[in-house]
Every structure is written in structure tokens, then in C-alpha cells.
Design a protein around this ligand. Sequence first.
Ligand SMILES: Nc1ncnc2c1ncn2[C@@H]1O[C@H](COP(=O)(O)OP(=O)(O)O)[C@@H](O)[C@H]1O
Ligand SMILES: [Mg+2]
Length: 401
Amino acid sequence: MLVTLNVVALVQEDATADQLTEALARVQGIHLGIRHVATGERPRNQLASDEQPDIILLELGGNEAEDLHEVEQILHQTGGRVVVFVICGQSDSFTVRRMLGLGVRRVYARPLEVQGLVLDVIECMSEKRSRVQRARSHKGALTAFVNAKGGSGATTLATNVACTLAARHKHKVALIDLDVQFGAAALGLDLRVGSDITNALFQPERIDPLFLQALMIEHASGLHVLPAPGDLTEVDTIRPGATSALLQAALDLYEVVIVDVPRLFVPWTLEALRMAHPVLLVSQKSLVTIRDTKLLLERLPLNGVPREQIEVVNNRAQSRIASLDIQAMKRTLKLECIHRITNDYATAVAAQDRGVPVDQVNRRSAMTQDIERLAAYLHSSLSGEQVRSPGLWDRLFRRRA
Ligand SMILES: Nc1ncnc2c1ncn2[C@@H]1O[C@H](COP(=O)(O)OP(=O)(O)O)[C@@H](O)[C@H]1O
Ligand SMILES: [Mg+2]
């Protein structure tokens, strides 16, 4: 399996840039971005505040105190999730030890011995491959819904798929509403909110399965919901570590965890997408939405969300011209299969207004049945009856193109 590794090199010397380009360009799957740091400039100024590549290669000037401070700041800014390699001229062994102690993976002396660095980068790639494989082997345990454009139906699908998995497939299911600013999962199920997800996200040190259990609200379907306050909560201070601690605790407690992820691509939301398999990218057939779907399919892998884990859902599909729709969408997005949910606005809105799952409004609606098929797909992935061939799946469930 080919995984892609996003490597950002913050370099000071042209010679280093040339060496890195020469050595890493040959390694398949590596996206290398070289950024030149001017004399006197801080390397971290070249990184966006929410940027999380897989690897940062950081070339430093040799001023011990400044270099240590820079390393510390970059490790802090990236939440400890990024592998940092340092390249520097004349670091003494004390400084090197301090850098390693802070979390730097390795320190290379200049002139750079590129072979060692290439081996280290390849090792990072195989670590990433193992992470992806681990997640793949548990497909369906943690599923994220995220829309490619606001209003595409991510919340509707997350909520209804979660209810179906709990009520029909009898799984122990948690629905986590990560949309802390506009979350509507609890509203859509008419649940009264007491505590909410911010109790966990703002106190990550308190998160464990027991703490999480106390925050969950039970729905009649058997589903447990962790609601969002939906009141424009300040999100800048949420750390990716809080998301992973929360989802890890949820996975300890529940068989199936469904996350409704807002369309906000910052480290703490990307963390949820990185952990999830599959990431269901909810799209619709409009030009702008398809453009954004294509963009996200290209860009999310550069932010650590494995491409292999992203699947597209064509929501609000029109029944009469559906097959034409889906073929065009598949061609544009270069995808072999796309999940398809029929448009039924009357049922969707009535369910939302009444605060009930769609099957309680119209059991026979094509939309309700498509949602049930999507839940069945996750159920089968989870129980290992994974449908390997999209062709077979097509024949079993004709609506999934
Ligand atoms: N398959 C569907 N057919 C018709 N309307 C839908 C469908 N799915 C969602 N909707 C409606 O679209 C609107 C936006 O849905 P929502 O789930 O809130 O989107 P998102 O979470 O992606 O912003 C809601 O009014 C919802 O009832
Ligand atoms: Mg939503």
C-alpha cells in the first residue's frame, strides 16, 4: 500500500535545499516542500499556525539558546504530532541531547549525510503505513462524517446512521458531535443537553472512559450522544491531543463511534479525520460542492488523512437521473465507488423539526432506505464481512453505485 508523506523542509543554506531535493525526490510517495528561511528570520514563521505535515526538517543556525527555543516552539505548535529532524552546523552534544529530550527524532550535522536521513524518512513512512493498516483493519469502529460544503447533509447522515446502527444492528454506539460551534446532533434527536463536549475538550487531562460516560446522553434508539453546545464556542485553544484522548476513550467504551466533524480544518478536527476509517465526505452534485470535494480529496492526505480511508457520499441524489449523475461524479473525482443517498427534503426536514430519526417519519422513503444501506455497509465492515468488490456490493445493494 502506498502512503504519502508530507515533508516540509525549513532550510537556510541553498546547498541543503539542493541535497534534500536530490535525495528525497527519488522516494515514491514523498511530497517535499522546501521553504527558505532568511538570515535572522524564525523558521517557524514559514509554517502556518495550524500546519501539521508528517515531517519537518529544520535547519538551524547554530546559536544554541535560539535553536533550542525554536525547536521547543515548533514542537509545541505542532502538538507533538509531527516528526521533527534537525540539521545544524556546530551543535555540541549537550544541545543535541536537549533537542532529543524535547522530542526531536534525530539531529544531523552539516555537511549533511543524506543517506542516513533518507533511511529515517523511509522509516517514518513505514510507521505511517502501519498506523494506516491498523486503522484499516478496524474499519467501521470509528467513522467520521464531514461535509464538502456546508448543508450537504453530514449531520443528518451521521445522526441517522448512528441511530440505525444502535437500533437495528444492536451495536453499542456513540455519536460524538465535534461541531462545537454549530452542533445540531442533539437538537435533531430532541435530546436535552446538560453537559456537552466542551467539558471534555477543554479539560483533556480529565478524559477517561468513566468521565466520558458521565457526559453522554442516551437516546431512545439506544444510541449514546455527546452533544455540542452550538453557541459559537471559542475553538482556538482546543488541542489535537484532546480530540485523540476523547475518541480513544469513546473507542474503549463503545463498539462503534460516529463523529460529526465540522467543516473546519484545524489540527484538532484533522486529528479526528486522521483517526477515522472511513472518513465519509458528504457531497452533493453541484459544481462548487464537487470542486470542494475534489480539493479535499487532494488536500486531506497532505494533512495526514490517508486517501485510502476517505469515501465520498453523494447526498441528495435525484432519483430519475441518478445513474448519469453518479457516473459523471465518479469520473470527475476519479473514484470507483460513491455512496448514494436519495434526495427527500420533506422527510429530512420533518425528521429534523420533530427531533426524530428519518425512519419514524417515512420508513419507505428511498432516502431512509439508502441511509439504512449505508449503516449496513458500516456494520458489515465492522463485523469483518467486508464486501471486497464494489461490483458485488452493487449487485447486493443496487443503490450504491
Ligand atoms: N438526503 C437528503 N434529502 C433532502 N434533504 C436533506 C438530505 N440530507 C440532508 N438534508 C437536509 O439538508 C439540510 C442540511 O443538512 P445537515 O445535515 O445539517 O448538513 P451539514 O451537517 O452537512 O451542514 C437539512 O435541512 C437537512 O434536513
Ligand atoms: Mg453539520
